[in-house]
Design a binder for this molecule. Structure first.
Ligand code: GLA
Length: 401
């Protein structure tokens, strides 16, 4: 009898022990976040407008489902320590905003920080983790981005695990997005803690560049791309490297936006749009909703693409193995001039240790589809001859014949 009881308790404690929510983010999360475009200018009207726009623009149909409010939604903690939204900007309260978002068939995401204060100086969750998790669950939060400012004396694994456990015990399934900028190599420990983890500092809307802010830098798209090298072995269904949110539609020319979006899809990156969805141009819309390109990102194998060779003059060639033995290939022209390329499929072996890829293309005949022009480019029997414009990509999908 005593043994039975002990066993029962052991089983019970196993079943209630905290963990991350499984069966979420089996493919990279897709949605919209307020930070890249709106920074601290956030309000319930903005969130409702974006929920309307994501639905009416066809973005929801293309797979974007999370509406995430970033920093600066906060008001004060009350005398019992419960957090409230800024009453001026969120007069109806967060539950009403979440209800509106849910009523459109979307999911609601929120932002907090492991430190005493958020990066913009609002109340952080330190010492309030369980209380905040309960509050978020009561509002109907489905996604939490958890930042890393003002965290003196905390360890990343400890702080993120505390919030993971708090979310789990609050009982409402939440996608947990770790945002400590890659400082403590979250790819090595994040899989059991969250569903995605930032690998770098913040992105900004330039193709290639760095802005040094003193203690930290913002990075252009190519700089961030380069920092993903070698991380491909850590990504997979339910646990993704996050090279930061999209800057598509935030000021880069259309070719650079196309290259940025293509490469994020090759990386199996979370696709979190960061532009104004209500006023976006047709070009921006067409990039963000290209279903053939999104399909690479959302492929169920969940393999992160990698560079496997370089052609002359800064044309990098990336591969992403897909389910069903298909393969995506991106030719990325990083140079300032348009370039003619010749690519010999029959002589190509795609190798990558991290993902365990070794693929000699001559072993199978593939047909080639250009995912931006939607044209068929023949088969891999013959060399590919093409022109790749500056700061642009040729993105193709190989399908076995
Ligand atoms: C950090 C994050 C950004 C954004 C801001 C908000 O810089 O990395 O993505 O959330 O904080 O203050």
């Amino acid at each position: 009898m005593k043994i039975c009881l002990t066993l029962l308790l052991a089983v019970l404690s196993l079943t209630v022990s905290a963990q991350k929510f499984e069966n979420l983010a089996k493919t990279p999360p897709m949605g919209w976040n307020s930070w890249n475009k709106f920074a601290c200018n956030v309000s319930e009207d903005l969130l409702k407008n974006m929920a309307d726009a994501i639905s009416s623009s066809g973005m929801r149909a293309a797979g974007y489902e999370y509406i995430v409010i970033d920093d600066c939604w906060h008001g004060k903690r009350d005398s019992l320590g419960f957090i409230h939204p800024n009453p001026e900007h969120f007069p109806s309260g967060m539950k009403a905003v979440a209800d509106y978002i849910h009523s459109k068939g979307l999911k609601f995401g929120i932002y907090s920080c492991a430190g005493n204060k958020t990066c913009a100086g609002h109340p952080g969750s330190r010492g309030h983790e369980y209380q905040d998790a309960i509050t978020y669950a009561s509002w109907g939060v489905d996604y939490l981005k958890y930042d890393w400012c003002n965290t003196d004396g905390l360890t990343t694994i400890g702080a993120y695990t505390t919030m993971r456990d708090a979310l789990y015990s609050a009982g409402r399934p939440v996608v947990f997005s770790l945002c400590e900028w890659g400082n403590s190599k979250p790819w090595e420990w994040g899989k059991n803690v969250g569903h995605l983890w930032r690998t770098t500092g913040d992105i900004y809307n330039v193709f290639d560049g760095e802005v040094n802010h003193g203690t930290w830098s913002s990075w252009g798209v190519m700089k961030i791309l380069d920092m993903q090298k070698g991380l491909e072995k850590y990504a997979g269904p339910g646990h993704w490297n996050d090279p930061d949110m999209l800057e598509v539609g935030n000021g880069m020319p259309v070719n650079e936006d196309r290259a940025h979006f293509s490469m994020w899809c090759m990386l199996a990156a979370p696709l979190i749009a960061g532009n104004d969805l209500a006023t976006m141009s047709k070009e921006t819309h067409d990039i963000l909703t290209n279903m053939d390109v999104i399909a690479l990102d959302q492929d169920t194998l969940g393999i992160q693409g990698f560079q496997f060779t370089t052609l002359e003059d800064s044309i990098q060639v990336y591969a992403k193995p897909l389910s069903g033995g298909e393969v995506a290939i991106a030719f990325l022209n990083r140079s300032k001039k348009s370039q003619a390329i010749s690519f010999y499929w029959q002589a190509t072996v795609i190798e990558n240790e991290g993902t365990g890829t070794k693929l000699a293309l001559k072993e199978k005949l593939y047909s080639i589809r250009d995912l931006w022009t939607k044209k068929n480019l023949g088969t891999t029997a013959k060399a590919l001859k093409a022109e790749v414009p500056s700061h642009d990509v040729l993105l193709v999908r190989l399908t076995g014949k």
